[in-house]
Write a protein that binds this ligand. Structure first.
Ligand SMILES: NC(=O)c1ccc[n+]([C@@H]2O[C@H](COP(=O)([O-])OP(=O)(O)OC[C@H]3O[C@@H](n4cnc5c(N)ncnc54)[C@H](OP(=O)(O)O)[C@@H]3O)[C@@H](O)[C@H]2O)c1
Length: 247
């Protein structure tokens, strides 16, 4: 494992997948900084943190400067912060589309761009996006989210090519439904909209995964760690499906 002593930035590190990634990297000896908008959630992780809305490029640049001042140049970004809004397409206005693009696409680009000079300077770096299977296939009632996640997969593929000779790799992890607060909110939403029980709603979502289960946040974290290992040096510009064979 090559992350010992390296500085890892994890956005959305106060909960769910981001918190699991932050813990896994810290347990592997990395210096970890987490970003998010809610102080209580960040402070609860007992890791260095910066309050930062990833959709604001100036805030991201300032938070990266503060993180660098505390723990040195940034070696790895896990651009995990994201949000999913569910609405039928007929009711999806430009505001919904813009907000999905702002956090799920532009938020990733902002953080990768702010960390890029550090990685170029050291000749080694790992840009990792937590995208989704929604970046690789469509799902009903989340067209804006799917569009934004497809866009981040496009960004990943293009940037992987652009940076291929710099020692930096760029990859997207695309999980199916992961057991996190976001999934709980999706289940609540289905219950509210359809009158299904929680278990029925959860079963409907679980059925998308041929293994019939939800992905665990730790599985995403282990994949992110692997992308930083020697063995993954040639994995670049890829969108890795973590979905039990859904696609
Ligand atoms: N759960 C799933 O089924 C699933 C499946 C596939 C992919 N994903 C992706 O996995 C990633 C993590 O989601 P999760 O499931 O762990 O959900 P989560 O627990 O809701 O985590 C999302 C995190 O992102 C942060 N965040 C949201 N907007 C932000 C912003 N503008 N600036 C900074 N931080 C922001 C949130 O913190 P604050 O609100 O405090 O800022 C929160 O900590 C997301 O990109 C999501 O799309 C999730």
């Amino acid at each position: 494992m090559t992350v010992k002593g390296r500085h890892i930035l994890v956005t959305g590190g106060g909960s769910g997948v981001g918190a699991a990634c932050a813990r896994a990297f810290a347990n592997s000896g990395a210096k970890v900084t987490i970003f998010g908008r809610t102080k209580e959630k960040l402070a609860a992780q007992s890791l260095p943190y910066q309050l930062c809305d990833v959709t604001d490029p100036e805030a991201v640049a300032a938070a990266c400067d503060a993180a660098r001042a505390e723990q040195g140049p940034i070696d790895v970004v896990v651009a995990n912060a994201g949000a999913a809004e569910s609405v039928p397409f007929a009711k999806m206005n430009a505001e919904v589309l813009q907000s999905m693009l702002a956090v799920n696409l532009i938020g990733v680009s902002n953080v990768w761009q702010a960390a890029l000079p550090d990685m170029k300077g050291s000749g080694w770096g790992r840009m990792i996006a937590v995208a989704s299977t929604a970046g690789l296939r469509g799902y009903p009632y989340v067209s804006a989210y799917c569009a934004a996640k497809h866009a981040v997969v496009g960004l990943t593929r293009a940037l992987g090519k652009e940076l291929a000779r710099t020692g930096i790799t760029v990859n997207a992890i695309c999980p199916g439904f992961v057991e996190t607060p976001m999934l709980e909110r999706s289940i609540d939403n289905i219950v509210a909209k359809t009158g299904m029980s929680r278990e029925e709603a959860a079963s409907t979502l679980r059925a998308d995964n041929p293994q019939g289960r939800f992905i665990q946040p730790s599985e995403v974290a282990e994949t992110a760690l692997w992308l930083c290992s020697e063995g993954a040096t040639s994995i670049n510009g890829q969108a890795l499906s973590l979905s039990g064979g859904e696609l």
